[in-house]
Write a protein that binds this ligand. Sequence first.
Ligand code: UD1
Length: 347
Amino acid sequence: MVLHIVGARPQFIKLAPVANAFKELAIPYKVLHTGQHYDYRMSDMHFETLAIDDPDYALGIGSGSHAGQTAKMLEGIETVLVKEHPSLVLVYGDTNSTLSGALCAAKMGIPVGHVEAGVRSFDRNMPEEINRVLTDHISRYHFCPTHNAMDLLKAEGITGILTGDVMYDALLQFTKIPVTHPYTPPFVLTTIHRAENTNEHERFRAIWEGLERISTEVPVIFPVHPRTRDMYPDILKKPVKGISVVEPVSYLHMLAMIRDSRCIVTDSGGVQKEAFLLKSPCITVRDTTEWPETVEAGANMIIATDPEIIFSSVMQMMHQASFDSVNPFGDGKASYHIARFIQENCL
Ligand code: UD1
């Protein structure tokens, strides 16, 4: 039996195609949800809309400091691993749930597979970067989304397995389901939630000012992550003509909104890739990216958190000719390649 450990929104999206591939190949599995994300719109909504079976274990750990949250996860996961003795633990991406799952299993001598291995921003100030690096160094199987990730792992002395990106699989599977959203183009879509942009008030205020500038030219739609909502209630509740602050939307709606937007302003890793794959230009308000392929393709710009730069970059990207480049994220069957590898090598 393979135990999938998930806990945060992007992991439910990554799990969906992988669970489908496991079912297709009749590989026995169970799912553990740490509870890192727990609001309906961050968790249950995605299990429902992506048709993922309810988790076999729901630890309900919730929010906390990094140490507190990780410690509770380690304890909770250990209890499940002692009971279930899985042949393999599969962890996804770069969250505290990823590191906790990998660390707990590795210490118990249970092999770990890391989906989205080898991805690096080279910014150790990001908790996600620490989670990625540590997870890769304690995992046995490294399922890499791109050639770049394979090369980066190799530089750290680790041999990866090139499978492609399960997020591309998810995108292909779920864009087949037609959905409509209430927004009439043209509009700019934005998501901001990273600690680096929300913990420092100056940075968030600068981004917000940039969005206000953009909204004088084109409407801005902002589905707000609870982290951002909780930290900036005053700013976000004050009505600004041209900016729609809305609740987090389903993955299906998000894909449709990305596809229809004139430009994206984000600090999310996943959204940068989805913008590239759905051919919408992207502005990333961060110092680094873990997806340089999107920048090399001319589809994504990494820019400073300065209102004027944010505004002028969006105007530039909105009016530039469309980009056309080779898709580095695989053949859309990454989940199947991962499942097949596990069936042949890990059970
Ligand atoms: C986490 C991941 C990040 C991923 C993101 C996707 C880590 C370190 N970060 O960031 O890599 O891109 O998820 O969304 O694991 N909160 C709620 N309700 C929820 C979830 C969160 O209110 O359902 C609030 C809480 O105030 C919490 C804060 O959001 O303290 C941060 O949540 P946390 O899960 O620690 O990190 P994210 O910012 O969501």
